[in-house]
Ligand binder design. Structure first.
Ligand SMILES: [Zn+2]
Length: 316
């Protein structure tokens, strides 16, 4: 009896030894029912999936999900069967993984203006701009954007993003200022905003009138006022002429750009020199009666591209 038992045990051990020489235990891995390879250990492989795929850390990564549940089946395989742990992991990573990315937008008046990687950067930009523009009403928002297409993400550095937002704010402010100036303008002559009347007084001769005082029709508007009254330039510009000029008497010509020129004649005194830049409201001369004049008044002439126009189409 014992001999029989010993024989059985002997052959059993021999069988196991042969199996061990020819076979090894492994896990067959199936993805969507298809065998993709073999691994040595299920638990350590699952840990690698968790650590190297699910928990992978990277720029803008919000979360990672594996779209399949691999199946594992323990079995004995021929000892020379290659274990493809790396390949299977790579396959799962590249073919069966969805990564959701997150980035942040700084919006100005609901328009997307800058893109940054982190909420901290977005908040820093907003805080900085709000403290810089405390007196202005600036509508900034931070929006969170999710995408599964990494190529869609094109974030700026915080410096560039901040600059983008500020330049947009400045552009809006300039437009608002221009709009304000436009609203406050007395007149607009060929895009040039007039914000100041040169003098106030009674109109004594209109544009186009004929008179025995002059050879042709009147090229400007005459406004009577007492001698020595300040003559203010009606808009910013550059002095192109400031001297005595025949029938005009003491004459100042200002070029306002865009083909617009204003002439101020019969002055008693000239305060500016040719080439000088002037701002709207600067006192360029004083009212007088020099040249072809019968009493103190300002002869105001407006020219567009060299041709006189009726000043009263715009002023008075
Ligand atoms: Zn005149």
């Amino acid at each position: 009896m014992t001999i029989v038992l010993e024989t059985i045990i002997f052959w059993f051990v021999v069988a196991i030894a042969i199996i061990n020489i020819k076979y090894k235990p492994a896990y067959e891995v199936k993805i969507e029912g298809e065998t993709v390879g073999y691994i040595f250990d299920e638990t350590s492989f699952k840990n690698r999936i968790q650590e190297e795929i699910i928990n992978q850390d990277g720029k803008n990564i919000e979360y990672v999900s594996l779209n399949v549940v691999p199946e594992y089946k323990k079995q004995l395989v021929a000892r020379n069967t290659a274990l493809k742990e790396e390949d299977i992991l790579e396959k799962l990573k590249t073919e069966y993984t969805t990564i959701t990315y997150k980035y942040f937008i700084v919006a100005l008046n609901d328009e997307e203006k800058a893109y940054v990687d982190t909420i901290e950067e977005a908040e820093e930009i907003v805080d900085k701009i709000k403290s810089e523009y405390q007196n202005d009403e600036i509508n900034l928002q931070i929006l969170t954007k999710y995408t599964q297409n990494q190529l869609e993400i094109n974030c700026d550095t915080i410096e560039v993003a901040e600059r983008n937002v500020i330049s947009q704010i400045e552009e809006i402010k300039i437009k608002e200022k221009e709009e304000e100036e436009r609203k406050n303008a007395l007149a607009i002559i060929n895009e040039i905003k007039v914000s100041v009347l040169p003098v106030t007084g009674k109109i004594t001769s209109r544009y186009g009138e004929s008179s025995n005082l002059r050879r042709s029709t009147h090229t400007g508007t005459d406004i009577a006022c007492s001698a020595g009254t300040d003559i203010k330039v009606i808009a910013k510009g550059k002095v192109t002429f400031a001297a005595y000029s025949g029938s005009y008497g003491n004459l100042v010509k200002i070029d306002h750009g865009n083909g617009v020129e204003t002439w101020y004649g019969h002055c008693s005194k000239i305060n500016v020199k040719a080439g000088q830049e002037v701002e709207a409201g600067d006192v360029i001369a004083l009212v007088g009666s020099t040249g072809n004049s019968t009493g103190p008044h300002l002869h105001l002439e407006i020219r567009i591209n060299g041709k006189t126009v009726n000043p009263q189409d715009y002023l008075y």
